[in-house]
Design a protein around this ligand. Structure first.
Ligand code: FMN
Length: 401
C-alpha cells in the first residue's frame, strides 16, 4: 500500500520546550517518507534547537521572523499556511497553548495559525503540573473545540525529574498519527463519501397549541455530523427541534414532525452512510385538530409513526451502504439493542443507557456500545464530542475495504 505521507507538505512549528530535540528526529522520519517539511521556530525554540540542525535535516530554510526584511512582500504567515497540507505544532508549550486559545498573533507561529485554512495538530509537552493546571486544561479544550487535533501528551518520567502526564509523544507515534490522518482523509476523498444524520426529537402536534415530544437535545447527532464533516464527508443533518448551533460544513434541514423527517430523509438519498440518532416520537395523534381542543374533551387516539431507520435499512433501491441506528434503553440494554438491530435490518446499533442521568438525553456525556453483528465495542463515559469522533473514525475505517 502506498504511504499516505508521501509528497505531503507539512509545516512543523517547534516551540520552546525541552522536548524540542525530538522534533529533529521527527523531521528525519518525515523526510524519509518524501514529505516536504518547512519549519517555523519560535524565539524560545531557538534556545533548545539550532536553525542550522533544522535546515540541514529539512533541506529548507528555517522561518522565525514575522517581519522578514528580505521578503517584505511575501507575508510568510499567509503564504506558508496556503502552501501546506497541514500544520503540526510539536512541541507546543503551555504558553503557546494559552496564546492560541485567545487568538493572539504576536509572532510568526501564532499569526500563521490564526491565518490558517488548514488542519492544525498540536503535540503538547510540559511539566505535569503545567499540563494539569486548570488554565492549560481550559485552553487546550478550547482549541479542541475549535477543531484542532492533539497528539498526547503521554505519561512518564519528565526531563525535570517529576513523573506524570505531559511528556511529548515520540516521533514514531506522531508519524503513525499523521499517516493515519492522511490515510483516512484519502478514503473519504477517493470514495466521495456522503452521509445523512438524523438528530433531535420530533414534535407531533395534537392541535395548534399542544404536542407530544421527548427530551432529546440532539447533541449526540450534531456531534456525529460535525465529526463526519471534519473527515471531509459530505454531510446532511436532518434535525428535529433543537437549540444547538449548526455544525460547520454540514448542510442542515430543520423539521418538526416524524413525517417531515421521513420526507426529508427520502429527499436526501442516495448516501453512503446513514446515522439515525433522532429520537423520533413513536406515535402521533390519529387526527390533528385545526382548532384548539376544549379541556373537557381529552379523548385522543394515537397511531404509530413511520420508522425511518427501518425504511432506510429495507430500502432496496437506495439503501445506504452503512445504516446505523441508536437504541436508547433503560434495562437489558445489549439484549434489546441486538433485538432492535435484527428487527430493523440495520448494520450497527449503538446502544446507550438512558436510565443513568449522567449520560444520554440532555447530558454533555454519553457511554455507548456499538453492536456490529456479533461484535460489541464499548466506549466508556466521555464527552459526546469524543464519542462522536470515535464513531466517525470507525465509520471511515469501515470503508477501507
Ligand atoms: C529549560 C527550560 C525548559 C522549558 N521546558 C518547557 C516545556 O517543556 N514546556 C513548556 O510548556 N514550557 C517550557 N519552558 C518554558 C517556555 O520556554 C516559555 O514559556 C516560553 O515562553 C515558551 O515560548 P513559546 O511558547 O513561544 O515557544 C521551559 C523553559 C526553560 C528555561
Amino acid at each position: 500500500m502506498k504511504n499516505s505521507l508521501t509528497k505531503k507538505k507539512i509545516i512543523l512549528i517547534i516551540g520552546g520546550g525541552i522536548a524540542a530535540y525530538k522534533s529533529l528526529d521527527l523531521i528525519r522520519l518525515l523526510k524519509k517518507q518524501e514529505c516536504e517539511v518547512k519549519v517555523v521556530l519560535t524565539e524560545s525554540g531557538k534556545k533548545f534547537v539550532t536553525p542550522l540542525s533544522i535546515s540541514s535535516l529539512s533541506q529548507n530554510k528555517v522561518f522565525h521572523d514575522i517581519f522578514d526584511s528580505e521578503k517584505e512582500a511575501e507575508m510568510d504567515h499567509i503564504s506558508l499556511s496556503r502552501w501546506c497540507d497541514l500544520i503540526l505544532y510539536a512541541p507546543i508549550t503551555a504558553n503557546s497553548i494559552a496564546k492560541l486559545a485567545y487568538g493572539r498573533a504576536d509572532d510568526l507561529a501564532s499569526a500563521l495559525i490564526l491565518a490558517s485554512n488548514k488542519k492544525i495538530i498540536l503535540v503538547p509537552a510540559m511539566n505535569v503540573r503545567m499540563w494539569l493546571h486548570k488554565s492549560t486544561q481550559n485552553n487546550i479544550n478550547k482549541l479542541l473545540d475549535f477543531g484542532y487535533l492533539s497528539i498526547g501528551p503521554s505519561s512518564g518520567e519528565m526531563a525535570c525529574g517529576e513523573y506524570g502526564e505531559g511528556k511529548m509523544s515520540s516521533p514514531e507515534e506522531i508519524n503513525e498519527f499523521l499517516k493515519n490522518y492522511f490515510f483516512e482523509r484519502n478514503i473519504v476523498k477517493n470514495k466521495n463519501l456522503k452521509a445523512l444524520v438524523t438528530a433531535g426529537p420530533t414534535k407531533e402536534y395534537i392541535d395548534p397549541v399542544r404536542f407530544i415530544t421527548n427530551n432529546s437535545s440532539g447533541k449526540q447527532g450534531y456531534e456525529i455530523a460535525k465529526a463526519l464533516a471534519k473527515y471531509g464527508v459530505k454531510t446532511t443533518l436532518i434535525s428535529g427541534p433543537s437549540k444547538l448551533k449548526k455544525p460547520e460544513n454540514v448542510k442542515i434541514v430543520k423539521v418538526e414532525s416524524a413525517d417531515q423527517m421521513y420526507k426529508e430523509t427520502k429527499k436526501n438519498l442516495p448516501v453512503d452512510i446513514a446515522v439515525c440518532t433522532a429520537a423520533v416520537t413513536d406515535f402521533k395523534p390519529e387526527k390533528y385538530e385545526k382548532i384548539k381542543i376544549k379541556k373537557n374533551n381529552i379523548n385522543i387516539n394515537f397511531k404509530r409513526n413511520i420508522d425511518i431507520l427501518e425504511f432506510l435499512s429495507k430500502n432496496n433501491s437506495q439503501r445506504p451502504r452503512l445504516v446505523i441506528g441508536f437504541a436508547a434503553e433503560t434495562n437489558d440494554i445489549i439484549k434489546f439493542a441486538k433485538e432492535k438491530r435484527n428487527k430493523k435490518y440495520c448494520d450497527w446499533i449503538i446502544a446507550n443507557d438512558i436510565s443513568n442521568p449522567e449520560i444520554g438525553f440532555n447530558s454533555e456525556f454519553n457511554a455507548v456500545s456499538i453492536i456490529d453483528n456479533n461484535k460489541i465495542e464499548k466506549i466508556e463515559k466521555n464527552l459526546k464530542s469524543y464519542i462522536a469522533n470515535k464513531i466517525a473514525k470507525k465509520i471511515i475505517n469501515n470503508f477501507t475495504q
